[in-house]
Design a protein around this ligand. Structure first.
Ligand SMILES: Cc1cc2nc3c(=O)[nH]c(=O)nc-3n(C[C@H](O)[C@H](O)[C@H](O)COP(=O)(O)OP(=O)(O)OC[C@H]3O[C@@H](n4cnc5c(N)ncnc54)[C@H](O)[C@@H]3O)c2cc1C
Length: 503
């Protein structure tokens, strides 16, 4: 059972680790408690800034002695999923990224890096650039100052062949809730030189325990990188109508199941694209929400986009080797009689399309961030269900989302990120958080989406802090097993009780 943060906890850490390691001033608490959720900010009990794994261990040991709950973040740029604020008020945020942000090693022969939790997408990209861009990383299309580790262990993903960010980690260092330091896989073997090379190692695969959980604090990770291909060429198709989505999905599936196209496919809807360059046109709608279809159509025409933008990329030695591959994909999509092709060169001329080129090139970009200002008042909560790559089901899903969102007064804003079997459907629900009625509707709408998808058999795979406990409660047996693991690895429950519903 965790109580309010006792003064003795702060006094002990102050004397052992110095003033740089702690801050519980009201201004800092307010800063770390702020988020974009409908239910409001969640104030932590203070903030810790460890400078090393040894300091993380000391802090966890002190937390055990004083029964203090810690909420670890790498950079806290989990925008629309919780930002820096803890799942429960009063937990002490441990901000690892402030002082643990070093790239320890980049091996250009075996193509991996060893990094601290605070290393950001931009930082690794810049370092790879300084070394001549021989290696390529996979980036999100989110904040460039987000961290590779925080994103990977929250089951984040990118768009290149290395899109599975947790899948591309190899060998973690973790401080467990009881204060032990675990190095996973070959890292457990003293002197092993294969920590970041052998993913599974000897014995059970423990790395997965630290993903979307609260059993430990990740203090270091190996990350696999891809040799940068000499030439990257993106292709884009626009489709005119909302219901073209089903056909798009059926067109993509075979190209991904056999990996003819090496990247994932992005299928971005009109409002998601428009939100990166426009704000909600209250003037044009006379203040009416959600966005009327006629105005949506006008905006599409104005920006030269369709109802859907479909994109992917090829990698190769030269433009000549890639050209026939793009021709094959063009034929495949143009068979529909609806697809309008945009070339890589044309895409570079458009702010909306360039985001696609950047993400397939492993280049961090801030160009999607304005999406959060689509409506005023700074509210954002992301709904992330999975949709099978079957056109008829996918069309049911987009219609279901569209109608639920409209019922609560919101636009359907989405990007489906497609593999061969399933897509992750990013639904940022953007709302005016300063307007209590709109914030209430956003919370209700989110739950209605979650309920409808669960009833249809499609649960979510990543959840904002304010629904994590509810989402876990919907599962069978998993909550009890997680509770048993929690007792074994963190007997006093000092790491983030309630995170992903694990108590
Ligand atoms: C416009 C936009 C586009 C986006 N696009 C994408 C996208 O393409 N792909 C994608 O995946 N995300 C995307 N995001 C979401 C998000 O921005 C990133 O996933 C984010 O950068 C996560 O990294 P972080 O360092 O901020 O994580 P943090 O906020 O630090 O952490 C995320 C979670 O992991 C836990 N955690 C973090 N570090 C540790 C640690 N060291 N030990 C134990 N637990 C830890 C935290 O408690 C938290 O639950 C997007 C966001 C926006 C706004």
């Amino acid at each position: 059972m965790i109580n309010a943060v006792p003064k003795a906890f702060w006094d002990e850490l102050l004397s052992e680790l110095g003033a740089d390691a702690i801050d519980h001033s009201p201004a800092t608490i307010a800063d770390y408690g702020a988020n974009l959720m409908p239910s409001g900010d969640r104030m932590p009990g203070g903030v810790l800034y460890p400078a090393s794994t040894a300091q993380v261990q000391q802090m966890v040991q002190a937390a055990n002695r004083h029964r203090v709950a810690i909420w670890p973040i790498s950079t806290g740029r989990n925008v629309g999923i919780g930002e820096k604020s803890p799942v429960r008020e009063g937990q002490v945020v441990m901000h690892l990224g402030r002082r643990m942000n070093h790239i320890h090693e980049i091996d250009e022969t075996l193509c991996f890096a060893e990094i601290d939790p605070g290393v950001t997408f931009r930082q690794l990209y810049d370092e790879l650039g300084r070394r001549g861009h021989r290696l390529m990383m996979s980036s999100t299309s989110g904040p460039t100052d987000g961290s590779l580790v925080g994103n990977a262990i929250d089951k984040g993903a990118g768009y290149t062949p290395y899109f599975d960010h947790f899948g591309m980690t190899c060998g973690l260092e973790v401080v467990l809730g009881d204060g032990r330091i675990l190095r996973t896989a070959d890292g457990a073997s003293p002197g092993a030189k294969t920590w970041h090379l052998v993913k599974y190692g000897f014995g059970p695969f423990l790395d997965g325990l630290f993903v979307q959980s609260n059993f430990g604090i990740v203090t270091r990770a190996g990350l696999w990188l891809m040799p940068r291909p000499p030439v990257i060429r993106c292709f884009i198709f626009s489709f005119p109508d909302d219901d073209d989505f089903g056909e798009i999905v059926d067109l993509i599936r075979p190209l991904k199941l056999n990996n003819f196209v090496p990247t994932l496919f992005k299928v971005t809807n009109d409002v998601y694209s428009l939100g990166t360059v426009e704000t909600y046109p209250y003037g044009r709608t006379g203040g009416k929400t959600p966005l009327p279809d006629e105005v949506r159509g006008e905006l599409r025409r104005q920006h030269g986009i369709g109802s859907w933008t479909v994109s992917g990329a090829f990698y190769g030695d030269s433009e000549e080797t890639i050209r026939p591959l793009i021709e094959r994909v063009r034929k495949h999509f143009e068979r529909s009689g609806k697809a309008r092709y945009t070339s890589h060169e044309q895409a570079l001329e458009s702010r909306i399309f360039k985001i696609h080129v950047d993400t397939f090139s492993g280049t961090p970009t801030e160009e999607e961030m304005p999406l959060h200002e689509w409506r005023p008042g700074g509210g954002s909560i992301w709904f992330l269900p999975s949709t099978p790559m079957v056109g008829s089901i996918a069309n049911q899903h987009q219609r279901m989302s569209r109608s639920i969102l409209a019922r609560y007064g919101f636009e359907f804003i989405t990007e489906y990120v497609c593999t061969g079997r399933v897509s992750r459907a990013l639904h940022p629900l953007i709302f005016n958080r300063q307007d209590p009625d709109e914030a209430r509707r956003a919370a209700e709408c989110y739950r209605a989406l979650m309920q409808a998808y669960a009833e249809a058999g499609y649960p979510i795979s990543r959840a904002p802090i304010e629904v994590q406990e509810e989402a876990m409660a919907r599962l069978q047996v998993t909550p009890e097993v997680c509770r048993d693991l929690k007792r074994a690895l963190d007997p006093n429950g000092v790491i983030a009780p309630g995170k992903y519903g694990i108590v």
